[in-house]
Design a protein around this ligand. Structure first.
Ligand code: NDP
Length: 294
Protein backbone atom coordinates (compact mmCIF):
# COMPACT_ATOMS: atom_id res chain seq x y z
CA UNK A 1 0.00 0.00 0.00
CA UNK A 2 1.18 3.51 -0.78
CA UNK A 3 1.16 5.62 2.34
CA UNK A 4 1.05 9.41 2.11
CA UNK A 5 2.53 11.36 4.98
CA UNK A 6 0.40 14.38 5.77
CA UNK A 7 2.72 17.36 5.99
CA UNK A 8 1.23 19.78 8.52
CA UNK A 9 4.17 22.14 8.27
CA UNK A 10 3.58 22.64 4.56
CA UNK A 11 -0.21 23.03 4.87
CA UNK A 12 0.08 25.43 7.80
CA UNK A 13 2.64 27.51 5.89
CA UNK A 14 0.23 27.81 2.94
CA UNK A 15 -2.54 28.90 5.30
CA UNK A 16 -0.25 31.47 6.90
CA UNK A 17 0.70 32.89 3.49
CA UNK A 18 -3.00 33.30 2.62
CA UNK A 19 -3.65 34.97 5.97
CA UNK A 20 -0.80 37.45 5.42
CA UNK A 21 -2.58 38.79 2.33
CA UNK A 22 -5.89 39.03 4.18
CA UNK A 23 -4.25 40.76 7.15
CA UNK A 24 -2.52 43.27 4.86
CA UNK A 25 -5.88 44.07 3.24
CA UNK A 26 -7.58 44.52 6.62
CA UNK A 27 -4.71 46.69 7.83
CA UNK A 28 -5.00 48.86 4.72
CA UNK A 29 -8.64 49.48 5.73
CA UNK A 30 -7.51 50.50 9.23
CA UNK A 31 -8.47 47.19 10.87
CA UNK A 32 -5.29 45.39 11.92
CA UNK A 33 -6.34 42.11 13.57
CA UNK A 34 -5.31 41.98 17.24
CA UNK A 35 -4.82 39.06 19.61
CA UNK A 36 -4.35 39.19 23.40
CA UNK A 37 -2.66 36.17 24.98
CA UNK A 38 -2.96 35.89 28.75
CA UNK A 39 -0.66 33.65 30.75
CA UNK A 40 -1.05 33.19 34.49
CA UNK A 41 1.89 31.59 36.28
CA UNK A 42 5.18 30.17 35.12
CA UNK A 43 4.42 26.78 33.60
CA UNK A 44 7.40 26.28 31.22
CA UNK A 45 5.40 24.53 28.48
CA UNK A 46 2.76 27.28 28.58
CA UNK A 47 5.48 29.91 28.29
CA UNK A 48 6.75 28.21 25.13
CA UNK A 49 3.22 28.00 23.64
CA UNK A 50 2.51 31.66 24.42
CA UNK A 51 5.87 32.67 22.91
CA UNK A 52 5.07 30.77 19.69
CA UNK A 53 1.65 32.42 19.42
CA UNK A 54 3.07 35.93 19.85
CA UNK A 55 5.83 35.16 17.34
CA UNK A 56 3.30 33.90 14.78
CA UNK A 57 1.33 37.15 15.19
CA UNK A 58 4.47 39.20 14.48
CA UNK A 59 5.27 37.12 11.38
CA UNK A 60 1.80 37.59 9.93
CA UNK A 61 1.25 41.26 10.82
CA UNK A 62 -1.26 40.65 13.63
CA UNK A 63 -1.09 43.12 16.51
CA UNK A 64 -0.55 41.21 19.76
CA UNK A 65 -0.54 41.82 23.48
CA UNK A 66 1.10 39.36 25.83
CA UNK A 67 -0.06 39.51 29.44
CA UNK A 68 2.18 37.47 31.73
CA UNK A 69 0.55 37.56 35.16
CA UNK A 70 2.09 36.20 38.37
CA UNK A 71 0.95 32.85 39.77
CA UNK A 72 -0.81 34.53 42.68
CA UNK A 73 -3.13 36.54 40.39
CA UNK A 74 -6.68 36.17 41.71
CA UNK A 75 -9.65 35.06 39.68
CA UNK A 76 -11.13 38.54 40.10
CA UNK A 77 -7.99 40.25 38.77
CA UNK A 78 -7.94 37.93 35.77
CA UNK A 79 -11.61 38.56 35.04
CA UNK A 80 -11.02 42.31 35.30
CA UNK A 81 -8.29 42.06 32.68
CA UNK A 82 -10.59 40.07 30.40
CA UNK A 83 -13.29 42.72 30.69
CA UNK A 84 -10.70 45.34 29.78
CA UNK A 85 -9.67 43.32 26.72
CA UNK A 86 -13.32 42.78 25.74
CA UNK A 87 -13.65 46.57 25.58
CA UNK A 88 -10.37 47.18 23.73
CA UNK A 89 -11.06 47.89 20.03
CA UNK A 90 -7.52 46.91 19.03
CA UNK A 91 -8.15 43.38 20.29
CA UNK A 92 -10.31 40.95 18.28
CA UNK A 93 -9.18 37.69 19.86
CA UNK A 94 -8.56 36.79 23.51
CA UNK A 95 -7.11 33.60 24.85
CA UNK A 96 -6.14 32.51 28.32
CA UNK A 97 -3.39 29.92 28.12
CA UNK A 98 -4.33 26.56 29.62
CA UNK A 99 -3.78 25.22 32.24
CA UNK A 100 -3.97 28.15 34.69
CA UNK A 101 -2.86 27.68 38.32
CA UNK A 102 -5.18 25.49 40.40
CA UNK A 103 -6.93 28.35 42.24
CA UNK A 104 -8.28 29.71 38.94
CA UNK A 105 -11.61 28.31 37.73
CA UNK A 106 -10.94 28.04 34.00
CA UNK A 107 -14.56 27.48 32.97
CA UNK A 108 -15.74 30.51 34.92
CA UNK A 109 -13.00 32.62 33.34
CA UNK A 110 -14.02 31.59 29.81
CA UNK A 111 -17.59 32.74 30.50
CA UNK A 112 -16.23 36.28 30.84
CA UNK A 113 -14.64 36.37 27.38
CA UNK A 114 -16.84 38.11 24.81
CA UNK A 115 -17.90 35.13 22.61
CA UNK A 116 -17.15 37.27 19.54
CA UNK A 117 -13.49 37.40 20.70
CA UNK A 118 -13.29 33.79 21.93
CA UNK A 119 -10.80 32.57 19.31
CA UNK A 120 -10.16 29.32 21.22
CA UNK A 121 -13.83 28.41 20.79
CA UNK A 122 -14.34 27.40 24.44
CA UNK A 123 -17.25 29.71 25.35
CA UNK A 124 -20.63 27.89 25.54
CA UNK A 125 -22.00 30.23 22.86
CA UNK A 126 -19.34 28.98 20.46
CA UNK A 127 -19.83 25.35 21.52
CA UNK A 128 -23.52 25.79 20.67
CA UNK A 129 -22.71 27.44 17.35
CA UNK A 130 -20.51 24.50 16.42
CA UNK A 131 -23.29 22.02 17.22
CA UNK A 132 -25.84 24.19 15.40
CA UNK A 133 -23.40 24.56 12.47
CA UNK A 134 -23.59 28.34 12.56
CA UNK A 135 -20.65 29.62 10.51
CA UNK A 136 -19.92 32.75 12.55
CA UNK A 137 -18.89 30.79 15.67
CA UNK A 138 -15.34 29.87 16.68
CA UNK A 139 -14.15 26.27 16.63
CA UNK A 140 -11.22 25.05 18.77
CA UNK A 141 -8.02 25.36 16.77
CA UNK A 142 -6.69 21.78 16.85
CA UNK A 143 -9.78 20.00 15.47
CA UNK A 144 -10.22 22.84 12.98
CA UNK A 145 -6.64 22.18 11.87
CA UNK A 146 -7.38 18.45 11.47
CA UNK A 147 -10.26 19.28 9.13
CA UNK A 148 -7.97 21.56 7.11
CA UNK A 149 -5.49 18.70 6.73
CA UNK A 150 -8.22 16.38 5.42
CA UNK A 151 -9.29 19.10 2.96
CA UNK A 152 -5.73 19.87 1.87
CA UNK A 153 -5.16 16.22 0.91
CA UNK A 154 -8.60 15.81 -0.71
CA UNK A 155 -9.55 13.07 1.75
CA UNK A 156 -13.22 12.15 1.41
CA UNK A 157 -15.17 12.14 4.67
CA UNK A 158 -18.77 11.79 3.43
CA UNK A 159 -20.21 8.40 4.34
CA UNK A 160 -16.95 7.30 5.98
CA UNK A 161 -16.81 5.87 9.46
CA UNK A 162 -14.66 8.09 11.66
CA UNK A 163 -13.62 7.01 15.15
CA UNK A 164 -12.47 9.86 17.37
CA UNK A 165 -10.56 8.58 20.40
CA UNK A 166 -10.95 11.12 23.20
CA UNK A 167 -13.89 13.28 24.31
CA UNK A 168 -12.28 16.46 25.62
CA UNK A 169 -13.87 19.84 24.93
CA UNK A 170 -10.62 21.01 23.30
CA UNK A 171 -10.15 18.16 20.81
CA UNK A 172 -12.37 15.07 20.86
CA UNK A 173 -15.88 16.52 21.06
CA UNK A 174 -15.39 19.42 18.62
CA UNK A 175 -13.58 17.03 16.26
CA UNK A 176 -16.55 14.67 16.30
CA UNK A 177 -18.95 17.58 15.72
CA UNK A 178 -16.95 18.78 12.73
CA UNK A 179 -16.81 15.33 11.18
CA UNK A 180 -20.54 14.69 11.60
CA UNK A 181 -21.50 18.17 10.33
CA UNK A 182 -23.23 18.63 6.99
CA UNK A 183 -19.93 19.94 5.65
CA UNK A 184 -18.16 16.63 6.28
CA UNK A 185 -20.98 14.06 6.53
CA UNK A 186 -18.98 11.32 8.23
CA UNK A 187 -20.57 8.71 10.47
CA UNK A 188 -18.85 9.29 13.79
CA UNK A 189 -18.11 7.18 16.84
CA UNK A 190 -16.55 8.83 19.90
CA UNK A 191 -14.40 6.52 22.02
CA UNK A 192 -13.04 7.14 25.52
CA UNK A 193 -11.47 5.37 28.47
CA UNK A 194 -14.61 3.29 29.12
CA UNK A 195 -14.98 2.10 25.51
CA UNK A 196 -14.88 -1.69 25.25
CA UNK A 197 -12.49 -3.34 22.79
CA UNK A 198 -11.18 -0.14 21.28
CA UNK A 199 -8.93 -1.98 18.82
CA UNK A 200 -11.91 -3.87 17.31
CA UNK A 201 -13.92 -0.64 17.09
CA UNK A 202 -11.04 1.17 15.39
CA UNK A 203 -10.65 -1.66 12.86
CA UNK A 204 -14.08 -0.62 11.52
CA UNK A 205 -12.88 2.95 10.97
CA UNK A 206 -12.01 4.59 7.67
CA UNK A 207 -10.66 7.57 9.60
CA UNK A 208 -9.13 7.50 13.09
CA UNK A 209 -8.42 10.64 15.08
CA UNK A 210 -6.33 9.88 18.16
CA UNK A 211 -6.56 12.52 20.93
CA UNK A 212 -5.80 10.57 24.07
CA UNK A 213 -2.49 11.63 25.58
CA UNK A 214 -1.08 8.09 25.80
CA UNK A 215 2.15 7.48 23.89
CA UNK A 216 1.82 5.06 20.96
CA UNK A 217 -1.47 3.60 22.19
CA UNK A 218 -2.85 3.08 18.68
CA UNK A 219 -1.04 0.05 17.32
CA UNK A 220 -1.21 -1.99 14.11
CA UNK A 221 -4.12 -4.11 15.37
CA UNK A 222 -6.30 -0.94 15.46
CA UNK A 223 -5.92 -0.25 11.74
CA UNK A 224 -8.08 -1.36 8.83
CA UNK A 225 -5.84 -1.46 5.75
CA UNK A 226 -6.15 1.88 3.92
CA UNK A 227 -7.39 3.86 6.92
CA UNK A 228 -6.56 7.54 7.39
CA UNK A 229 -4.92 8.27 10.75
CA UNK A 230 -4.66 11.72 12.34
CA UNK A 231 -2.51 11.74 15.47
CA UNK A 232 -3.23 14.69 17.77
CA UNK A 233 -1.16 13.39 20.69
CA UNK A 234 1.84 15.27 22.02
CA UNK A 235 3.59 13.13 24.64
CA UNK A 236 7.04 13.50 26.15
CA UNK A 237 8.87 10.21 26.56
CA UNK A 238 12.30 9.88 28.20
CA UNK A 239 15.13 9.53 25.69
CA UNK A 240 18.69 9.54 26.96
CA UNK A 241 20.01 10.07 23.41
CA UNK A 242 18.07 13.34 22.97
CA UNK A 243 19.70 16.61 24.02
CA UNK A 244 16.71 17.52 26.21
CA UNK A 245 16.48 14.03 27.71
CA UNK A 246 13.09 13.40 26.11
CA UNK A 247 11.41 13.27 22.73
CA UNK A 248 7.89 13.94 21.56
CA UNK A 249 5.75 11.06 20.34
CA UNK A 250 2.10 10.88 19.36
CA UNK A 251 -0.75 8.65 20.50
CA UNK A 252 -0.10 6.43 17.47
CA UNK A 253 2.70 3.92 17.04
CA UNK A 254 3.74 5.63 13.81
CA UNK A 255 6.38 3.14 12.68
CA UNK A 256 4.18 0.18 13.53
CA UNK A 257 1.07 1.39 11.66
CA UNK A 258 2.26 3.60 8.81
CA UNK A 259 2.43 0.88 6.14
CA UNK A 260 -1.23 -0.02 6.72
CA UNK A 261 -2.51 3.54 6.31
CA UNK A 262 -3.43 5.44 3.16
CA UNK A 263 -2.65 8.73 4.94
CA UNK A 264 -1.04 9.40 8.31
CA UNK A 265 0.19 12.44 10.22
CA UNK A 266 3.65 12.22 11.77
CA UNK A 267 4.41 13.63 15.24
CA UNK A 268 5.94 16.17 15.20
CA UNK A 269 5.10 17.93 11.93
CA UNK A 270 1.52 16.71 11.43
CA UNK A 271 -1.38 18.15 13.40
CA UNK A 272 0.82 20.26 15.72
CA UNK A 273 1.76 23.09 13.31
CA UNK A 274 -1.91 23.50 12.33
CA UNK A 275 -3.04 24.64 15.77
CA UNK A 276 -1.30 28.02 15.73
CA UNK A 277 -2.19 28.59 12.07
CA UNK A 278 -5.87 28.10 12.94
CA UNK A 279 -5.55 30.43 15.93
CA UNK A 280 -4.30 33.09 13.54
CA UNK A 281 -7.16 32.27 11.14
CA UNK A 282 -9.72 32.58 13.96
CA UNK A 283 -8.25 35.96 14.96
CA UNK A 284 -8.56 37.23 11.39
CA UNK A 285 -12.14 35.91 11.25
CA UNK A 286 -12.96 37.70 14.52
CA UNK A 287 -11.51 40.92 13.13
CA UNK A 288 -13.59 40.63 9.94
CA UNK A 289 -16.75 39.95 11.94
CA UNK A 290 -16.24 42.65 14.55
CA UNK A 291 -15.24 45.35 12.11
CA UNK A 292 -17.98 44.57 9.57
CA UNK A 293 -20.55 44.52 12.37
CA UNK A 294 -19.59 47.99 13.61
P1 NDP B 1 -7.65 14.93 27.74
O1 NDP B 1 -6.80 14.29 28.79
O2 NDP B 1 -8.51 16.08 28.09
O3 NDP B 1 -8.59 13.82 27.09
C1 NDP B 1 -8.10 12.54 26.78
C2 NDP B 1 -9.23 11.68 26.32
O4 NDP B 1 -8.70 10.37 26.05
C3 NDP B 1 -10.33 11.50 27.37
O5 NDP B 1 -11.61 11.61 26.77
C4 NDP B 1 -10.10 10.08 27.90
O6 NDP B 1 -11.28 9.39 28.26
C5 NDP B 1 -9.51 9.40 26.68
N1 NDP B 1 -8.73 8.24 27.06
C6 NDP B 1 -7.78 8.15 28.05
N2 NDP B 1 -7.28 6.90 28.10
C7 NDP B 1 -7.94 6.18 27.17
C8 NDP B 1 -7.89 4.84 26.76
N3 NDP B 1 -7.07 3.97 27.33
N4 NDP B 1 -8.71 4.44 25.76
C9 NDP B 1 -9.55 5.31 25.17
N5 NDP B 1 -9.63 6.61 25.50
C10 NDP B 1 -8.85 7.04 26.50
O7 NDP B 1 -6.65 15.30 26.56
P2 NDP B 1 -6.75 16.38 25.37
O8 NDP B 1 -7.94 16.12 24.54
O9 NDP B 1 -6.55 17.75 25.93
O10 NDP B 1 -5.43 16.02 24.56
C11 NDP B 1 -5.24 14.76 23.98
C12 NDP B 1 -3.84 14.70 23.38
O11 NDP B 1 -3.73 15.69 22.38
C13 NDP B 1 -2.72 15.01 24.37
O12 NDP B 1 -1.58 14.25 24.00
C14 NDP B 1 -2.43 16.48 24.15
O13 NDP B 1 -1.10 16.82 24.47
C15 NDP B 1 -2.65 16.57 22.66
N6 NDP B 1 -3.03 17.91 22.20
C16 NDP B 1 -2.38 18.38 21.10
C17 NDP B 1 -2.69 19.59 20.59
C18 NDP B 1 -1.98 20.04 19.35
O14 NDP B 1 -1.83 21.22 19.11
N7 NDP B 1 -1.53 19.12 18.49
C19 NDP B 1 -3.66 20.49 21.22
C20 NDP B 1 -4.37 19.86 22.32
C21 NDP B 1 -4.03 18.61 22.80
P3 NDP B 1 -12.20 9.84 29.52
O15 NDP B 1 -12.97 11.02 29.03
O16 NDP B 1 -13.04 8.66 29.77
O17 NDP B 1 -11.25 10.18 30.63
Amino acid sequence: MTTTLINGKEVSQRIREGLKTEIAALTAQGHTPGLAVVLVGEDPASQVYVGSKVKACAELGIYSQKWALPTETTQEELVQLIHKLNADDRIHGILVQSPPPKHIDEEAVVLNIDPRKDVDGFHPVNVAKLVLEEPDGFVPCTPLGCMELLKAYGIETAGKHAVVIGRSMIVGKPMANLLVSKQANATVTIAHSRTKDLAALCRTADIIVAAVGRPKMVTADFIKPGAVVLDVGINRVPDATAARGYRIVGDVDFEGVRDQCSYITPVPGGVGPMTIAMLMANTVKACHQLTTAS
